[in-house]
Each structure stands twice: as C-alpha cells, then as structure tokens.
Design a protein around this ligand. Structure first.
Ligand code: KIV
Length: 266
C-alpha cells in the first residue's frame, strides 16, 4: 500500500519560503471542490467568505455568517486530507475585539476540523491577530484589497498606497500571522512586501513576485457565471460543459432515447 501523505503544516509553508518553492492555494466550499482541490496537491485549501458570492450569488462577501463558514469549513476540512485547510473569519468578527475574535476562531477550529483561519485587516487588527495566535490558532493575514471593506474602499479597486500596504503586511506578520494574502496590489508593491516579510506572501491580482498564488475555484475552472476579474486565468471551462451536458440530456429525454437499455434496470 502506498504511504498516506501527511498533511501540510504552517512549518512547511515557512520552509517553502526559505527554499523558494512557490505555494499554491485554491478556494473550495463543498465536498467535490474540496476533494478535487486537495487531490490536485495544492498546499492550502481556503474556505473563503467568497462563498457568499460564488455559491450564494450575493454581490459581496459581507453577508457570510460564522455559522455558514463553519458549515462549509467542516465539509471541506473532511474532504481535504493533505492540504492545510484555512477558513475565513467573516465580517465583522475581527473588529469586535480580541476576545470575540478568539471565541469565533476557536469555534471555527473546533467545529470544522480545519488547521488555520484567515482574516482581513489593516495594522489596526494586529492586537486581534496576536490574541488568536496566542490561543494556539494559526492565522493567515489578508491585506490590500479587503473585500469585506468594499464600501469603505469605494469598490473592488487596486490598492496602491505602498507605505500603508507594507505597514499592514508587517503588522500582520509581526503579530504572528504565518502567511499574508496580498490582494489586488501593484506587482512592485508585492515584490517589496515579499522581500520585507519572513513569512510567505500569497498573491491574488498582485503579480508574480509573491511567494505563492491563490485563486477562487469557480474562476479557475470556469464555473463563474458573472464577469471574472482581469487577473484570473481560466484553466478549464466547466460551465460550458455543464450547459452542454444538460442540453443533451434534455434533448434525449424529450426524444425518448434516455433512459435506453443500458440505463434500464432489469
Ligand atoms: O474569500 C476568498 O475567496 C478570498 C480569496 C480571494 C483570497 O479571500
């Protein structure tokens, strides 16, 4: 029997940065996406609060609740046996003080079986990250375009203030975050931040100089029905295949050719 590969840990991510091995992270929200993403051998599976948009059809991530994140997180954590599973802390729990954030992250860890949480924030959330890490819960930071702050930022737009970006990323790392997501920032800023931090940066719309890359599953496999961001490269066109399959099935049923003898039980 082939040996069962062990699960990736935050120490493996630190080693990847030291060894200059580029990291991969993809979102997943359910049993099939969790199984498929994990089987692809990625380092991390992210149960993102993007679930509110790509699964529930909401216009932002703001409606995602803690109970919803726990529901999806538990499914994905069971589905993934090798990747480090990270679950998003939904808005506004990181803004309600360290105690509330620790309680929410502890629920996520206990009730999902995941290995880490991710939270969006500026340098203002450093004390919250410190408290969660002190409770033994690994934290991934998320700076730059913070979708939970979409209204404050005036839309889903590139964040260009390099001084603030560096300050936010440094604050997350200094507070104990084991990695930091850089979303929608100029490539030069991502390069500067990646060189400044000892923990890995994972980019989305942040160019090629990060220590790793993350994409939303639906965008990557071509399952998103709405416009995808410009920084996405589609690696499959699953929605077209689904539409074609459905149309063929409907045609066959209406033509009386499905079910045929092969699909008819004796
Ligand atoms: O919720 C999410 O999918 C994310 C990624 C875009 C990084 O936070």
């Amino acid at each position: 029997m082939p040996p069962v590969p062990r699960r990736i840990t935050i120490l493996d991510l630190a080693a990847a940065k030291r060894d200059r091995r580029l990291l991969t992270m993809v979102t997943a929200y359910d049993w099939s996406s969790g199984r498929l993403v994990d089987a692809a051998g990625v380092d991390c599976v992210l149960v993102g609060d993007s679930v509110a948009m790509v699964v529930a059809g909401r216009s932002s991530t703001l409606p995602a609740t803690l109970d919803q994140m726990i529901y999806h997180g538990e499914i994905v954590a069971r589905a993934a046996s090798q990747a480090l599973v990270v679950v998003d802390l939904p808005f506004p729990l990181q803004h309600l003080g360290p105690r509330t954030a620790v309680e929410a992250c502890a629920r996520i860890l206990k009730e999902t079986g995941c290995q880490a949480v991710k939270l969006e924030g500026t340098a203002g959330q450093a004390d919250v990250i410190r408290a969660i890490v002190a409770a033994g819960i690994p934290v991934m930071g998320h700076v730059g375009l913070r979708p939970q702050a979409v209204h404050q930022l005036g839309g889903y737009r590139m964040q260009r203030d390099i001084d603030h970006l560096l300050e936010d990323a440094r604050a997350a790392a200094d507070a104990g975050a084991f990695a930091v997501v850089l979303e929608c920032i100029p490539s030069a800023a991502a390069r500067t931040i990646t060189a400044a931090l000892t923990v890995p940066t994972i980019g989305i719309g942040a160019g090629p100089h990060c220590d790793g890359q993350v994409l939303v599953y639906h965008d990557l496999v071509g399952l998103s029905l709405d416009r995808v961001p410009k920084f996405v490269r589609g690696y499959a066109d699953v929605k077209t295949q689904i539409a074609e399959g459905l149309a063929r099935w409907k045609h066959d049923v209406e033509a009386g050719t499905f079910p045929g003898p092969a699909e008819t039980l004796p």
